[in-house]
Design a protein around this ligand. Structure first.
Ligand code: PLP
Length: 435
């Protein structure tokens, strides 16, 4: 069945024809591809067309799709039972693996880990925990950062800096959005204003360790360290959201990468998703025992889940993390540099003004002539250039994220042959972006 037919049929039974909005191709137009198979660096749609994939399931597919050892681990676990709703030895094994990996520069900020099923649950729980621990209600987030779709995080900046936020979606009650303060990213002065005015009411600042949901936009050097210092001065916690970056940009995530290069800083809670489940529904939050032990049943902050720590998902996570070796990260880094340079060269040849944005091996492009610092800057770019570029790539057999505000994901299977297939399509696609 063609993608057009499948999309029309899906729209009859599923709102907008999709189960997550970006999949609908809303910002690039056209018909989304309905996928039936993914293997290595490739995905195949229902028409039987194969594409080089640069979406990587939005992050989890770090080893490439359907990595045989991971698939075997999943099959073995499934054969022993799909879900027990009880503790398993493997959950502790995964927690120990994560604790060992998230250590850098002599710091081991994760002593305990709670497994959940989605990144949204991880950040939602981390926020409840921060509130329960501090006895305060307000949350600070940065404009353009995405932390999942729980009510309090679908909040948009109000009229002034220290003004409480407005709902960012229909269905979010204004009093809930008003528990959040939205501050421009990479702006310490703005953060100081908010802390000066409401510091004693703020439970936590939540930040993507490097923003990657408005395109890639890394923190300015020292920004994460300075925000941790400021929050701690006021008795607030810092939740470092590594759902997207964790175990992708280095063995210890963006935090590990940044403290090895810059000033040391120690957030209080971390959230993980995507790579930690290797493509299965698995996510986690972790931090110091003193804070984590406020979670039920050890403490008074409630959290639970029928499928939390699901044995099949945990098996996929362990198999993935065990294979995400130093060699895999250096391959990802090299592929990311080769590809982003090739795209940049193609744009330059066509005179397309652009900036390459990187956070470790994550990258994306901004159609502007100067480096953005925040959400206002990235929104001001020539957004319209992306749709023709995207479709020219898709016509040439390369599947990019269907929005300019998303990161590109390479995997350990993006070898020279795969990269060459992408690079071959770039001249025509860059021409389309220039038109
Ligand atoms: N946090 C970040 C940084 C994310 O990128 C995402 C998803 O893209 C989430 C949280 C939410 O994760 P999930 O989609 O698994 O709920």
């Amino acid at each position: 069945m063609s993608n057009d037919t499948l999309f029309a049929r899906a729209k009859e039974s599923i709102p907008g024809g999709v189960n997550s909005p970006v999949r609908a191709f809303g910002s690039v137009g056209g018909t989304p591809r309905f996928l039936v198979k993914a293997s290595g660096a490739y995905v195949t749609d229902a028409d039987g067309t194969e594409y080089v994939d640069l979406v990587g399931s939005w992050g989890p597919a770090i080893l490439g799709h359907a990595q045989p050892d991971v698939v075997r681990a999943v099959q073995d676990a499934a054969a022993l039972g799909l879900s027990f709703g009880a503790s398993t030895p493997a959950e502790t094994e995964l927690a120990e693996l994560v604790k060992a990996r998230v250590a850098a520069s002599g710091m081991s900020p994760i002593e305990k880990l709670r497994l959940v099923s989605t990144g949204t649950e991880a950040t939602m729980t981390a926020i409840r925990l921060a509130r329960g621990y501090t006895g305060r209600d307000l949350l600070v987030k940065f404009a353009g950062h995405y932390h999942g779709h729980s009510d309090g995080l679908l909040a948009e900046a109000g009229s002034g800096l220290a003004t409480l936020a407005l709902p960012g979606s229909a269905g979010v009650p204004a009093p809930i959005a008003a528990q959040t303060l939205v501050v421009p990213y990479n702006d310490l002065d703005a953060l100081r204003v908010v802390f000066d005015e409401r510091g004693d009411q703020i439970a936590a600042v939540i930040t993507e360790s490097a923003a990657a949901n408005m395109g890639v936009l890394p923190p300015l050097p020292g920004f994460n360290a300075a925000l941790v210092e400021l929050a701690h001065e006021h008795g607030a916690l810092v939740i470092l959201d590594e759902v997207l970056t964790g175990f992708r940009v280095s063995a210890s995530g963006y935090w590990g990468l940044s403290v090895s290069e810059g000033p040391a800083y120690q957030p209080d809670l971390f959230t993980f998703g995507k790579v930690i489940g290797g493509g299965m529904p698995l996510a986690a939050l972790g931090g110091r025992a003193e804070i984590m032990d406020h979670l039920a049943p050890a403490g008074p902050v409630y959290q639970a889940g029928t499928l939390s720590g699901n044995p099949v998902a945990v098996a996929a996570g362990i198999a993935t993390l065990e294979r995400a070796t130093a060699e895999v990260y250096s391959r990802l880094d090299a592929a990311s540099v080769t590809l982003s340079n090739a795209v940049s060269d193609a744009f330059a040849r066509e005179g397309v003004a652009h900036v390459v944005q990187r956070a470790g091996n994550l990258f994306s492009f901004v159609f502007a002539d100067k480096q953005p610092r925040n959400y206002v800057d990235v929104q001001a770019q020539d957004v319209w250039r992306y749709a023709p570029f995207f479709h020219a790539m898709l016509d040439g057999g390369v599947s990019l994220p269907p929005s300019v505000f998303e990161a590109w994901f390479v995997s350990a299977m993006h070898d020279d042959e795969v990269l060459d297939r992408i690079i071959d399509v770039l001249p025509a696609a860059a021409k389309a972006a220039a038109a």
